[in-house]
Design a protein around this ligand. Sequence first.
Ligand code: NAD
Length: 701
Amino acid sequence: MTQAHYRVDGDVAVVIMDNPPVNGLGFALRSGIVEGLQRALADPAVKAIVLTGSDKAFSGGADIREFNSPKALAEPNLGSVIAMIESAGKPVVAAVAGLALGGGNELALGCHYRVGRGGAQIGLPEVNLGILPGAGGTQRLPRVVGAARALEMIVTGNPIRSEEAARLGYFERLVDGDLVAGAVAFAREVVAGGAKRPRIRDRAVSAESMPGGAEAFFEAARERIARDYRGYPAPLKCLEAVEASVKKPFDEGIQLERRLFSELVETTESKALRHSFFGERAASKIPDIPEETPTRPVRSAAVIGAGTMGGGITMNFLNAGIPVTLLEMKQDALDRGVATIRRNYENTAKKGRMTAEQVEQRMALVKPTLAYADIAQADIVVEAVFEDMAVKQKVFEQLDATMKPGAILASNTSTLDVDRIAGFTKRPQDVIGTHFFSPANVMRLLEIVRGKATAKDVLATTMALSKKIRKLGVVSGVCDGFIGNRMIEQYSRQAGFLLEEGCTPQQVDRAIESFGFAMGPFRMGDLAGNDVGWYIRKRRYQEKPDLRYSRTADLLCEMGRYGQKTGAGWYDYKPGDRTAHPSKAVDDMIAAERGRLGLAARAVSDDEIVHRLLFALVNEGAQLLEEGIALRASDIDMVYLAGYGFPRYRGGPMFYADTVGLAKVVEIMKGFAANPNADPTFWTPAPLLARLAAQGKRFNG
Ligand code: NAD
């Protein structure tokens, strides 16, 4: 079965790529293109060739189903296809609609001419996978759009629209209406004009595209990229390749591109980014819920509680065009909540990312209310009231009495037992956890908590809804804290022990931030409010009186230091300024607690800090996997990448442990267990970790 169709329109042959959904350039499609070209070149009646795809995609690039398989490189590989087109004895015109990304864009750049349809997206997003374009993109694109623009496109991976591409000279012509007819007409003009076959490789990169000259331009760019992409090796290699397009002959540039590509593919960072790419796709697959599981329509929503989370959750629905009835207990809380939503949108508008009209359109979709009767007809209701089981009970009993049959009853609880919450209703099958992350309108993660009784279609609907509101949905089973917060508890406990042993909050934060975390545990606590964790610990540790943890965080709250909102937390803050300043009062409190424990302060290395914090996550993650709370190791990694500021280029905690080697992880943990201040049970490897380590295996396959 060929994936490229062939037809002849008078003296022009048309080769049509047909590998849905986006014409991924797999082996079969590449072979099909070559067959079509050969046929056209062999037919004396054919004077020119048009290569095209579908309305949706010229081509979205490499076929991801072929990733990591030898088929990706099998002849004809993409480089050979492009070389064949470029050296063809008849002019080849690319007719581009929809996506021309990665290898798809490189294929178009191999053609002698490009004709495009408005609204198409042209880009080289390889950098997002920690690699660079490997089929000539870094050498041809600068020769077309100039060094500065090409560098930006290749380093950011962001595509441009065909209108801009045409302005930059990428397209010879933009066509309204029938693209292929327009491209065929264009091809005929080329034939009439002498059938010239200009090759991009023969052009030079325009000097005007490098303000201040090539040397100064690349030097400034190198500095900027090194600063902006700390931890990511690919962007600087992209620069090296683009620089070669200016300074070296074409063939040498291509060789360099190929070498850099091969080097990057082997880096841990690229492997981590590819892990994240596939991990995101895997997260939407739930073994006992086939893709064709029916879903319930979600055309309207209700949110209970207009506080920090309720407001952000409401915005997600509004952004997706889903009307929301927002319910509060008291009018002033309701007014405050609605005003905050408006202010958020207006701030976005001020930054030019939204029009005033769009602000009004979104606000028109919110209906504030104090009455349960007003939410009865909503298709889904998300509860975001205080984290208190008694309050949740009242709310869910009310929802059970009010909501229409079939409505989905969701709770945004961050730690509480979703099965118990479901038990407050007579319809536990309709209850599910939807755990958003703060700020809920910004953070991509949505933990979807599947209760014992949650119906399959409720889970399937919630997964589909997460996509609709542009979240990454990851399924978790029911337990205290679900995947993310159950693991972070162990991380926080370690952070506390580190203080007892001699670290300052700033030393711990600095160490883990140098590892790549967006924010260390103490700056994070100050941002989120230390009282939140305090409240949770009171409940949790009452149930486990023997569990050892550092009291420093409780003592901090007893001092009234809740964080930025009270102007003081682990750090001091000046009014109206979020800059964290070390605090003498906190240092004294920690020293006093250390004294009470009879510990002498010791110097703790940054390595020890990082490993203790990370392996605390990893060990609990292994436990979650064994218990089946998390379906797969990559789900845990996705939770940490999308919800906890874990550095993307490290792939998540479980992937990181795999890169260290699980046997080595266990060995380092043994060393930590020998620390006199260590909780004797803390560093016992989870059975799954111990087993995989002994077998020389990894968490992620
Ligand atoms: P919040 O205190 O900012 O807001 C809670 C709101 O609920 C308040 O406006 C309150 O007036 C309202 N409320 C309380 N009882 C109500 C009732 N019976 N009916 C209607 N409204 C009621 O709290 P928050 O930070 O938004 O947290 C809400 C939920 O989200 C909690 O379960 C919390 O654990 C969870 N959560 C919080 C975060 C976070 O970072 N803040 C993150 C994830 C999940």
